[in-house]
Design a protein around this ligand. Structure first.
Ligand code: SF4
Length: 312
């Protein structure tokens, strides 16, 4: 490979997952059917570009439901919501439309089943992430049955009332490797713990991490297209960091620094599950303005999952 030509390897699959596609379509369909404005609780998916384009079409993103006028439509984001948010929506006389990813809803159902059966539940995830708030918030009566496990240390130290009535669930967008370690500690400490076969990490998170792992070894620069608050994008970047490869998470092409390309031969590019392909192409075009490039699409797991849209 010539020193002047930068080889760009594109990981596959990358970018939008079925849950993100569905959530965006729900907002767009609601705007088309009911006209603007349509209110959306939090960012419907974690991507700056997507949020800006939906704002331009008439979506208003809010954190505080008190700011939404009565009788307005309110869309719940792909990350899911707590029971309290659902009750507040009714109390404030709002009409809700649920864009929660069906794979998050599946976890909520599991949590509700365990709570009904009197289990204590360990949720493996990151504090403050909306999906974690929504899943922990399935315990509406705050009886302290749900505990957040954020690290191996937490898994080693958590105190449980009855280890024989214990279950775990996970956030859908975690690092596969870290989660495996945490679950193995929990299973060692609590042999009767109930839970999913492996974890609740979704197919899209798994496929994007696997695709990157397969191609990282000969890259000398790793770029992840995704927003800073996107959990699965951060987990992808961490794979580069752990392998000591210069890695950046890039949300907006203004953040691109051409110096990153100095003395580089092979750039691996991927995109988080909430990042549209148009941004990946913008990144390639940006690199092209500085260097001659050759592009390779790396084969990966084919994804053909489509989630049904709710009736609105
Ligand atoms: S990343 Fe996974 S859980 Fe999240 S919206 Fe996409 S498919 Fe659903």
């Amino acid at each position: 490979m010539s020193n002047k030509v930068i080889h760009i390897a594109l990981a596959n699959p990358r970018g939008f997952c079925a849950g993100v596609d569905r959530a965006i379509e729900i907002v767009e369909n609601a705007l088309e059917k009911y006209g603007k404005p349509i209110y959306v609780r939090n960012e419907v998916v974690h991507n700056k570009y997507v949020i800006e384009s939906l704002k331009q079409k008439g979506a208003i993103f809010v954190n505080d439901l008190k700011k939404v006028p009565e009788n307005s439509f309110l869309i719940f984001s792909a990350h899911g919501v707590s029971k309290k948010v659902k009750t507040d929506t009714l109390n404030y006389h709002l009409k809700s439309i649920d864009a929660t990813c069906p794979l998050v809803t599946k976890v909520h159902k599991e949590v509700n089943r365990y709570l009904f059966e009197g289990y204590e539940i360990l949720m493996i995830g990151h504090s403050g992430h909306p999906e974690v708030e929504g899943t922990l918030g399935q315990e509406a009566d705050s009886k302290g049955k749900m505990h957040l496990i954020e690290s191996l240390e937490d898994a080693k130290n958590i105190a449980i009332k009855n280890p024989n009535k214990l279950a775990f669930v996970t956030q859908t967008t975690l690092s596969l490797d870290e989660t495996k370690e945490i679950i193995s500690v929990l299973k060692h400490r609590f042999p009767n713990i109930q839970g999913p076969k492996a974890d609740d990490i979704c197919y899209a998170t798994q496929n994007r991490q696997d695709a990157v792992k397969k191609s990282l070894h000969d890259a000398d620069l790793f770029l992840v297209v995704g927003s800073k608050n996107s959990s699965n994008s951060n987990r992808l970047k961490e794979l580069g960091d752990k392998n000591n490869i210069e890695s950046y998470l890039i949300d907006d092409m203004n953040e691109f620094n051409p110096q990153w390309l100095n003395n580089k031969h092979k750039v691996l590019i991927t995109a988080g599950a909430s990042a549209p392909e148009v941004l990946t192409q913008a990144l390639i075009n940006t690199i092209k303005t500085y260097k001659q490039i050759e592009i390779e699409e790396i084969d990966g797991t084919e994804e053909n999952i489509i989630f049904k849209l709710p009736k609105i």
